[in-house]
Design a protein around this ligand. Structure first.
Ligand code: NAD
Length: 473
């Protein structure tokens, strides 16, 4: 595109949708309804800054689909926020939730500010006022629309939101479920921090466990000993690398914005992270080779490439030089449509972002369930399971006359806590979603790539929901 002036992110999502819709059998009317953004709330409100001046803030909340309630999606604080972008992101949330069977419609919010330019107190005032505006218009609530963190927001902002909501809705017993991504002390769930990276790992591991897929790619089954390259050592990249390494894969290269490092025997992400913290750079890590450019890491010979930093890093220009067999899109939009075309030609399997990085929203769903049930995961069964396991083990030891090792005993007796259950729920979710997408693809070999298959899977689920719901007259 020669200029960004006429580029619409929302239209580009619609184009991807249309491309996939061709592989479905749904009525045009239903497809049009799925694509449409149901409710768009654009607001302006004043905030008094620390210097006494008043600034008018522009903000949005979009509810793309109510085929399931509530709507779900993050809130972004960024200078770049605009209605088109929030609409696009809200619609992507509908498809993402459908793919991973999280029973929510898509939503997204945005406040057009650069959070770095405001004091903590100003940010608190903006967040609380935004929440109050959402309450006024019935645009937030555990059964209506449940925001979460996105660019520029985190647990702190979610705390302000839940506190404002609860104070405006006295006595609402489920108030904590009005937002997710809260600190654990405020009703958040354990296991959220690593959720996206762990989901990336579970998704790719499932792909690697599919004999037909591996055979086509010329790879052995399983992640063990696979050579992995990770771009970005932030939240998602760090945890993806950690779970791959723990599963026996070799993370042969890591890239950060200042450069990339390579060691064919494998790198330990925590040691690299500490080295970067101490020296300010990923480079010169003991035992590793520095690569000339950080983007060189993307072109290394490896089995699995995980871009976990930015969008558009693999494009028409460098895609022909990518040597990985599998690309796991941990970041949002790391590969351009031109890159997708190259991957199809080269037989590279690109595992798409919309489903692969859905660990965050999946665990958000668990947080919301926890809030509605008013009980921590594991509280009811942990002790019971431990007592039962102890009993079973002692019976086995008595009957066989043999004792298990201390570490085995600890492992067998352990009853599940919140971490265990959240991880297990995420594992189940990612395995199922992977299989469903692959089944859609197998059923229709005309579908060009896994991204389109993921869209088809999403469209089928949302359309079924509309068809079974009937359209309210
Ligand atoms: P983050 O800010 O924690 O990490 C990003 C890292 O990438 C940073 O360490 C940054 O220095 C590095 N980076 C920047 N430019 C780079 C470059 N050119 N080369 C190599 N590294 C570079 O962010 P995050 O939360 O890990 O998110 C990463 C991506 O994953 C984003 O696209 C985000 O939208 C997506 N994502 C995140 C989540 C989540 O739960 N955090 C969920 C879904 C999708």
């Amino acid at each position: 595109m020669s200029s960004n002036q006429h580029y619409s992110f929302f239209h580009s999502v619609e184009r991807s949708f249309d491309k996939a819709a061709k592989f479905t059998k749904w009525d045009l009317g239903i497809l049009e309804q799925i694509k449409a953004c149901n409710s768009v709330y654009q607001m302006r409100f004043p905030v008094k800054l620390d210097n006494g001046k008043i600034e008018v803030i522009e903000a949005y909340r979009v509810q793309h689909s109510q085929h399931k309630s509530p709507c779900k999606g993050g809130i972004r604080f960024s200078d770049e926020v605009n209605q088109d972008e929030v609409m696009a992101l809200a619609s992507l949330m509908t498809y993402k939730c459908a793919i991973v069977n999280v029973p929510f419609g898509g939503g997204k919010g945005g406040i057009k500010i650069n959070p770095k330019k405001y004091s903590t107190y100003e940010l608190e005032k903006i967040t609380r006022r935004y929440t109050a505006e959402l309450v006024k218009k019935n645009f937030i609530g555990p059964g209506i629309d449940v925001p979460a963190p996105d660019y520029g927001t985190g647990p702190r902002e979610m705390s302000w939101i839940v506190d404002t909501y609860a104070s405006l809705k006295p006595g609402e017993i489920d108030a904590a479920g009005c937002v997710t991504g809260k600190p654990v002390t405020q009703g958040g769930v354990r296991g959220r921090t690593e959720a996206t990276g762990l989901g990336v790992f579970f998704g790719i591991r499932e792909v690697c466990n599919m004999p037909d897929v591996m055979q086509k790619l010329g790879l052995t089954i399983g992640v063990e000993n696979k050579k992995v390259v990770v771009q970005g050592l932030g939240n998602v990249g760090y945890h993806s690398a950690k779970f791959f390494r723990e599963a026996g894969a070799k993370v042969i290269a890591l890239a950060e914005y200042e450069g990339a490092i390579f060691n064919e025997n494998g790198l330990n992400e925590e040691e690299v992270f500490q080295h970067r913290k101490a020296t300010g750079s990923i480079l010169n890590f003991p035992g590793a080779t520095n690569l000339a450019k950080n983007s060189d890491a993307l072109e290394l010979a490896c089995d699995i490439l995980i871009p976990a930093a930015l969008e558009n890093v693999i494009n028409g220009e460098n895609a022909p030089r990518v040597q990985a067999k599998i690309i796991g899109e941990a970041a949002n939009g790391p590969c351009t449509p031109e890159a997708d075309e190259v991957f199809i030609k080269k037989g590279i399997l690109c595992v798409p972002d919309m489903y692969l990085n859905a660990g965050g929203v999946t665990v958000s769903y668990f947080e919301w369930l926890k809030n509605l049930s008013h009980v921590r995961y594991g509280r009811m069964e942990k002790r019971f399971t431990e007592n039962m396991n102890t009993h079973i083990l002692s019976q086995i030891e008595e009957l066989t006359g043999k004792n298990v090792t201390e570490s085995e005993r600890k492992f067998i007796m352990h009853g599940p806590d919140e971490h265990d259950l959240v991880h297990s729920g995420l594992e189940e979710t990612m395995i199922n979603a992977t299989r469903e997408i692959m089944d859609v693809w197998k059923d229709n070999p005309e579908i060009p790539d896994m991204r389109t298959a993921a869209y088809v899977s999403a469209i089928n689920k949302v359309a079924t929901s509309y068809a079974e719901l009937g359209i309210f007259p």
